[in-house]
Design a protein around this ligand. Structure first.
Ligand code: PPS
Length: 565
């Protein structure tokens, strides 16, 4: 038995006894990123680590990409805690680590507690200490606690998952599976992208060159379980592997909190793949780049550096680097060909991810040479055309500007169409039912608006229409809603630009008169500010149009954008 398989056996041996022992320890609940790290420590995907790095190993990893015993290890894996928690800890003491429901997963015997120099860590790991240049650096500065704790772990339970259990394979399980199948050479493919025909051809070519079977290991990292994308991704992978000959490919999810650290990330993934039983690892020329396949941003790392680093260490870490070769469809030959073999006159075809998104949004054709009908049908279910998506109409403006009237007319129109459920979140309704304890301070108004945004995002995500009509005087909370809701479906901001004089003349509720008389302090437009939106999709001045005309303007916009037919 080798070191690796032995370590799998000893790990959980004392778990029942530990659970009893743990009753007296302090413990704390891990966040999603920490849970990913813990799972891979406990299931030995991070072998040879048997816990979180202590300070000496941490420094050595930063400066040498090695542990103090000289083993290659490129990524600092430390438990980050707040100063408040760090103050209660002592070296030699034990700390319980729980999941987010407080269920005890492991016990840490603390060997070290220190405050890291995050700038130094960022420069060593990411190649820059500038958070503006690299999202991994931003994440380190903003979402990682100020103190690190090192120590050895004793596992009680792996984090519990309820989704796709059958493909959440641990290294022990993949080792067993590969050997049962008689797979002596296995090439690991790490991905977080949707995969289509070009990927199949690329993976097959690499497998042929390496004489290996294939282990497709997509990341199931930080976004789920709330994120619908996770389910679509996995269902697409399940369809994708059906396109390979029998017993050629295996699928397993990797609960990895990716760092986006380019070459170091690639080397780290190579070691992880080796621990899962792979002999070869497919590495892209932009592997681990935080901006890989972002059409609007240049990559952060130079092309090929990740491949070079993995290649440099391949003998020492025990897994061979195989460079990914891009494949393109050549129409004249009706087949995929390596990009480097294609000349300009060969009629090469490709569809970019933004073009794919556009076709999905508009319900347009996605050709069979590009993807598989079963994958496309999963994508269509997840990204329906706009006419089937939910959307939010967010109407903002002064009291008396016509928000509620427009919202009510639109509601009737949508109900007449009968194709989506409609919910009206008028300012008054929300203030009564959702935000009754809030005042009209800036802080409370913003809170009120983000609450409305949250409800609207849920309605939108589930294919409904949310009609919101609060004053929403501040840009920051309107922008936050736009960001949140746009991820779930359509977001259309309507600015009611009816001038204050007209609103005040109407004064249906008599509030302006009271405000002028000083009886309502901080009244919007009189003694409190209103910042007009800078990015409204539609601007309407109801001093010049009837409610029916205003509604027609919104409906015409929705038709033009494809939300209604
Ligand atoms: S906000 O700023 O978006 O949170 O306001 P909103 O939730 O839409 O609530 C606005 C309604 O509350 C009444 N009201 C006030 N409005 C503005 N300023 C002050 N100080 C205030 N106090 C009470 C007012 O009736 C608003 O309703 P509409 O329908 O806009 O006239």
């Amino acid at each position: 038995m080798n070191d690796y398989s032995e370590s799998l056996l000893v790990h959980f041996r004392r778990s029942e006894a530990l659970k009893q022992e743990a009753i007296g320890f302090p413990s704390f609940d891990l966040n999603l990123r920490q849970l990913c790290d813990l799972e891979l420590l406990l299931n030995r995907a991070f072998y040879p680590l048997d816990g979180y790095l202590d300070q000496a190993d941490y420094q050595s990893v930063l400066s040498q990409m090695r542990l103090t015993d000289n083993t290659v290890w490129p990524m600092p894996i430390c438990l980050d805690v707040t100063g408040k928690i760090a103050n209660t800890l002592k070296t030699g003491a034990k700390l319980g680590l729980n999941d987010q429901e407080g269920f005890l997963l492991a016990i840490l015997t603390i060997s070290d507690i220190w405050q890291p120099d995050k700038k130094m860590e960022a420069a060593a790991i990411f190649g820059t200490a500038d958070a503006k240049l690299h999202p991994g650096v931003k994440n380190l500065y903003e979402n990682t606690n100020e103190w690190y704790v090192g120590g050895t772990l004793e596992g009680i339970s792996l984090p519990i998952h309820y989704d796709f259990k059958e493909i959440r394979l641990s290294p022990a399980e993949t080792h067993r599976r590969f050997s049962l199948n008689g797979w002596r050479h296995v090439i690991g493919f790490h991905t977080d992208a949707y995969l289509h025909c070009a990927h199949k051809e690329m993976i097959l070519k690499a497998a042929r060159d390496a004489g290996a079977n294939i282990f497709l290991q997509p990341v199931a990292g930080l976004d789920h379980p709330g994120n619908l994308d996770h389910y679509t991704h996995v269902r697409c992978y399940q369809e994708f592997i059906k396109k390979f000959p029998r017993n050629m490919i295996s699928l397993g999810l990797l609960p990895l909190a990716s760092r986006g650290a380019g070459p170091r990330e690639a080397l780290w993934q190579a070691i992880i793949k080796r621990n899962f039983g792979c002999t070869h690892f497919l590495v892209a020329d932009d592997h681990g780049d935080p901006f890989a396949s972002h059409l609007d941003k240049d990559n952060f790392y130079l092309a090929g550096v990740a491949q070079k680093l993995v290649k440099q260490y391949e003998d020492e870490i025990g897994i061979k680097m195989v460079a990914e070769e891009k494949m393109v469809y050549v129409e004249d030959q009706a087949q995929y060909v390596p990009l480097k073999e294609v000349s300009n006159d060969m009629g090469m075809k490709t569809i970019s991810s933004s073009e794919l998104q556009r076709r999905l949004e508009n319900g347009l054709e996605i050709p069979d040479w590009f993807s598989y009908p079963e994958v496309v049908s999963e994508l269509r279910r997840a990204f329906p055309p706009r006419s089937k998506q939910g959307f939010t109409i967010f109407i903002t403006g002064l009291s008396g500007s016509g928000k509620s009237t427009l919202a009510k007319v639109l509601m009737v129109k949508f109900l007449e169409m009968r194709d989506r459920p409609v919910t009206l979140l008028d300012g008054d309704i929300v203030r009564k039912n959702l935000s009754s304890e809030l005042s009209f301070s800036k802080e409370h108004r913003n809170l009120n608006i983000t609450r409305i945004g949250f409800v609207a995002s849920e309605i939108t995500k589930n294919g409904g229409i949310a009609l919101c009509a609060p004053i929403a005087p501040y840009e920051e909370s309107r922008q936050a809603n736009r960001e949140l809701i746009s991820k779930c479906g359509g977001y259309i901001e309507v600015y009611m630009a009816t001038p204050l004089e007209v609103c005040e003349q109407r004064d249906r509720k008599g509030l302006y008169a009271k405000a002028r008389a000083g009886k309502i302090p901080g009244f919007t437009g009189v003694s409190d500010p209103y910042t007009p939106p800078s990015t409204a999709e539609i601007t309407i001045d109801t001093s010049e149009m009837t409610p029916a005309e205003a509604a027609q303007e919104v409906l015409l916009y929705l038709e033009e954008q494809g939300y209604i037919r």
